[in-house]
Ligand binder design. Structure first.
Ligand code: ATP
Length: 240
């Protein structure tokens, strides 16, 4: 039912100037699920995430979050309503400490001091390595630790929906395993997670459901497990 849906995207059209990337994309994210968006390079996955987060204005279509139409809202308003986005490339402010990076995530929510301390403590509980390195400049962290920092910063806003763009990109498999383990703990603690991931096995192996994007539309959706076990999917839709 509509109440079980945390995010609904309807007929989304978006792009960059004259270039249209999303051509009427529809997407449903259920409350409490891990949902993967998969598709070949350049099909518009990051563009979708940017539009949902308010970083890009759609030309047409609607984004409904938690029962509210958030289409065209500014990014800070969308964060305040409960969508946090860890962008592609595990971006951190390299010249700031780990803790300063994390605090910027809370700043965007504008919460009070006590709440922010609790949020920081919770992030450190999920990522003990970040606690150890909290005074260290983020630019000196390993790639995996920078990804932890980027996800931790998104968590500081206490999101209802955590969006992660390219979790595994450039990271060793053992680090990806560690990140997935932490993400399942975050999920168990009550989060809904939207994961964009170029590694199809990682994405489908970890998620409840998935949507396959091709040419700016969702052309297939279903249980992640059954998509993973479908031998045709990979060759047909994922460029591999
Ligand atoms: P990837 O995994 O390679 O990032 P993607 O599915 O996330 O793929 P997008 O990043 O959404 O794809 O890009 C979709 C299309 O939009 C691509 O053709 C890309 O070249 C183009 N594009 C992305 N960002 C911009 C931009 N800022 N200006 C112009 N075109 C862009």
């Amino acid at each position: 039912s509509a109440e079980d849906l945390l995010l609904t995207v309807e007929g989304l059209v978006a792009g960059y100037g004259p270039i249209t990337v999303l051509h009427g994309l529809d997407l449903d994210i259920r409350r409490g699920e891990i949902h993967a968006i998969v598709g070949a390079n350049g099909v518009g996955k990051s563009t979708l995430l940017r539009t949902v987060s308010g970083l890009l204005q759609p030309e047409a279509g609607r984004v409904i979050f938690d029962g509210e139409d958030i289409t065209g809202m500014r990014p800070d308003g969308i964060v305040a309503r409960g969508i946090s986005h860890a962008p592609e490339g595990h971006r951190v402010f390299k010249g700031l400490s780990v803790e300063e990076n994390l605090r910027l995530g809370a700043y965007r929510r504008g919460g009070d001091g006590a709440k922010n301390w609790a949020a920081l403590d919770q992030v450190y509980n999920f990522f003990p390595k970040l606690r150890e390195r909290r005074m260290q400049l983020a630019g000196t962290l390993s790639g995996g630790e920078q990804q932890m920092c980027a996800i931790g910063r998104a968590l500081m806003a206490d999101p209802k929906l955590l969006i992660i763009d390219e979790l595994s990109l450039g990271l060793a498999p053992v680090i990806v395993e560690e990140l997935l383990h932490i993400l399942s703990r975050i999920h168990t603690s009550g989060g809904t997670i939207l994961l964009v991931e170029q590694d199809v096995s990682v994405a489908l192996g970890f998620s409840d459901r998935a949507s396959v994007v091709q040419s700016g539309r969702v052309i297939l959706r279903g249980e992640a497990r059954s998509l993973l076990n479908d031998p045709g999917i990979k060759e047909t839709y994922l460029g591999g």
